[in-house]
Design a protein around this ligand. Structure first.
Ligand SMILES: Nc1ncnc2c1ncn2[C@@H]1O[C@H](COP(=O)(O)OP(=O)(O)O)[C@@H](O)[C@H]1O
Ligand SMILES: N[C@@H](CCOP(=O)(O)O)C(=O)O
Length: 323
């Protein structure tokens, strides 16, 4: 579930009155997602022929002082033709407003569905759109550092402690040393842009083979573009909780990416280690969330072992997977 706050029709009506989108016709809470509350709104007016909008209320994890970066990035990418929802601004030009001390933003609704089992054609197009996004972001003037880089993953796992990690899964304590090794060997100087850094299938909307939307940019940051490709590779190319690698999906993602932005030799040879770092990024955040989230909480905890298995795969087979 992801509607943490109840909003009355009256509150929504008052909010919508600040935008040039007409009156409220309907509002439905969206079940998907874990971090924010989201509603699908329908209104009597339209922006670029759209009468549907996503209302997001920022509930956790996001520092609202960073909203100008995230929302400005949506506008920047959308203006450059990337399939990214634009921010709907209120009449005074504001990209976000507040309801009861919580920040909210109105965002363009994009059609499409997230795929569970991508085809190679879909993976190719996801790779191509990721590269398109990287190029479109290169002249975005704002910066945000990656606060979940390899050193942070290593520190988070060390802080969790081997005993707590062993309580989650027998093989998880090995992540503490493994993440340190990855961080110590992390490649420097790779070409950078603003990267999505969480481009899992649930953050991509598709219509058939076409990518209709990239959403959920709330981990976007300035970092190596090849790292973003590695994250996407780790998120898309496995089934069975990270036990089975779908080589045809991994190859299609990289081929699609390179159809728009060819990798240089240094980026290419860094991919196996970047993918290990990508896996550790999600092992660490999932382990931390697991420890901090009560077992009976409304949010379903994600298993860090799904990404420990991916880490092991990339460590032993990374060169072949990206060869
Ligand atoms: N711009 C959009 N257009 C269409 N649907 C969207 C859009 N933004 C979000 N959604 C829907 O809302 C759900 C949750 O959004 P998301 O940003 O992933 O939330 P969270 O950050 O909580 O994971 C998505 O899975 C999708 O169904
Ligand atoms: N993709 C991450 C979780 C991030 O959550 P999101 O709902 O904001 O995409 C993972 O799978 O661990």
């Amino acid at each position: 579930m992801a509607v943490y706050t109840q909003l009355s029709a009256e509150t929504l009506g008052h909010l919508i009155a600040h935008y040039d989108v007409g009156g409220l016709v309907s509002a439905k809470g969206i079940a998907e997602g874990v971090s924010n509350s989201n509603w699908l709104l329908e209104t009597t007016g339209s922006v670029a022929n759209g009468t549907r909008f996503i209302l997001t209320m920022y509930e956790r994890r996001i520092d609202t002082s960073e909203l100008p970066f995230f929302l400005g990035l949506l506008d920047h990418l959308s203006e450059r033709g990337a399939p990214v929802p634009r921010t709907i601004h209120d009449r005074s030009g504001g990209a976000s407003r507040e309801i009861d001390d919580k920040a909210v933003a109105l965002i363009e609704f994009l059609p499409g569905v997230s795929v569970d089992r991508p085809t190679p054609a879909q993976a190719f197009n996801v790779g191509a759109v990721l590269a398109q996004m990287h190029l479109a972001a290169q002249d975005f003037p704002m910066r945000r550092a990656n606060d979940l880089g390899p050193d942070v993953s290593a520190a988070v796992l060390a802080d969790c402690g081997e005993a707590a990690l062993a309580d989650i899964a027998h093989d998880l304590p090995a992540a503490v040393d493994a993440a340190r090794v990855v961080a110590d060997g992390w490649p420097q100087g790779l070409p950078r842009s603003i990267i999505h850094s969480d481009l899992f299938p649930d953050n991509v909307l598709m219509l058939g083979d076409t990518v209709s939307g990239l959403i959920d940019f709330y981990f976007a940051c300035h970092d190596a573009m090849a790292y973003d490709l590695a994250v996407t590779h780790a998120a898309w190319s496995f089934t069975d909780a990270g036990r089975s690698f779908r080589s045809e999906i991994g190859q299609a993602l990289v081929a699609g990416y390179e159809s728009v932005r060819p990798l240089d030799a240094v980026e290419r040879s860094a991919l196996p280690l970047l993918a290990q770092g990508a896996a550790m990024r999600f092992v660490s955040s999932r382990a931390q969330d697991w420890i901090e989230t009560p077992a009976d909480a409304l949010v379903t905890r994600k298993d860090p072992m799904d990404f420990m298995r991916r880490f092991a795969f990339y460590k032993h087979n990374g060169a072949k997977a990206f060869g």
